[in-house]
Design a binder for this molecule. Structure first.
Ligand code: NAP
Length: 253
């Protein structure tokens, strides 16, 4: 038996694919042979160009604001209308709000929980309903965080959402593993994206974070792609319910 990382003939859906980790994951999945539906509220032009210039994969842009669950069924329907199939779902879109816990607002609580957890669940549900109805193989990859394992500071709704996402990953794996759907998560460490701009601009926090990363550098978005291809491919068919750190060794310290 040969190990396969080939995604040829598969269709992936990646949320928040216009920038950062979502963009890098979309490029990596396309590089492994997948067609990719790029889902989000901003232009996907940069990602489309990156995939085209790497020579791979058809893309479809689906406009969707994932701050509510209103568009979730449409995301699945548009993908199916375009390619006739949906095999891989990457729940990457996410937001963060920073304030001391004593000052944290209800609006910042709800906004983060809605995008990072509620929409992830209902999009996964819509995706799984399609797969289960057709008795099809599928892969769900949730983008969790080190805050799925640790507490952090000044990001209460983010930590709650990402810790909740780790639990949700395990629950969905338990319900769907026997039905041919792999549900797993990637927990990125500290990567150079918009999400961490405030930290990288704070000299003290930047130095403290760098000093703790055994690999000695902030993650570059392209360093997330290998884990995503693994969890999307037949190579991970017996992997269910894991939250896989890709963190330069942070959690090992
Ligand atoms: P990012 O550059 O800020 O990207 C976030 C993505 O989510 C963007 O594409 C953004 O779209 C999209 N998004 C946010 N709200 C949305 C909404 N309402 N509807 C549709 N799309 C929405 O940050 P990133 O670092 O790449 O983050 C990607 C994921 O990785 C997030 O889940 C984040 O929590 C997680 N993560 C990142 C790090 C890190 O170090 N960077 C570490 C751990 C986990 P717009 O550009 O249109 O806002």
């Amino acid at each position: 038996m040969t190990v396969s990382f080939d995604l040829g003939g598969k269709t992936a859906i990646v949320t928040g694919a216009n920038t950062g980790l979502g963009q890098a994951i979309a490029v990596a999945l396309a590089g492994a042979g997948a067609d990719v539906a790029l889902v989000g509220r901003s232009s996907m032009a940069e990602t489309e160009e990156a995939i085209a210039s790497a020579g791979g994969g058809r893309t479809l842009t689906i406009k969707a604001d994932l701050s509510t669950i209103a568009p979730v069924q449409d995301v699945i329907d548009q993908t199916l209308a375009w390619s006739g199939r949906a095999d891989i779902l990457v729940n990457n879109a996410g937001i963060i709000r920073r304030a001391d816990a004593v000052d944290f607002s209800e609006a910042d609580w709800d906004a983060v929980m809605d995008v990072n957890l509620k929409t992830v669940f209902f999009l996964s549900q819509a995706f799984a309903r399609h797969l289960l109805a057709g008795k099809q193989w599928g892969k769900i990859i949730n983008i969790a965080s080190l805050l799925s394992f640790q507490g952090g500071i000044r990001i209460p709704s983010y930590t709650a959402s990402k810790s909740g996402l780790a639990g949700l990953t395990r629950l969905l794996a338990c319900e769907w593993a026997g039905k041919g759907i792999n549900v797993n998560a990637i927990a990125p460490g500290y990567f150079e994206t918009n999400n961490t701009e405030a930290l990288r601009n704070d000299d003290d926090r930047n130095a403290a974070i760098l000093a703790r990363i055994p690999a000695g550098h902030w993650g570059r978005p392209e360093e997330i792609g290998g884990a995503a291809v693994f969890l999307a491919s037949p190579a991970s068919d017996y992997v269910h319910g894991v939250v896989m750190p890709v963190d330069g060794g942070w959690l090992a310290r």
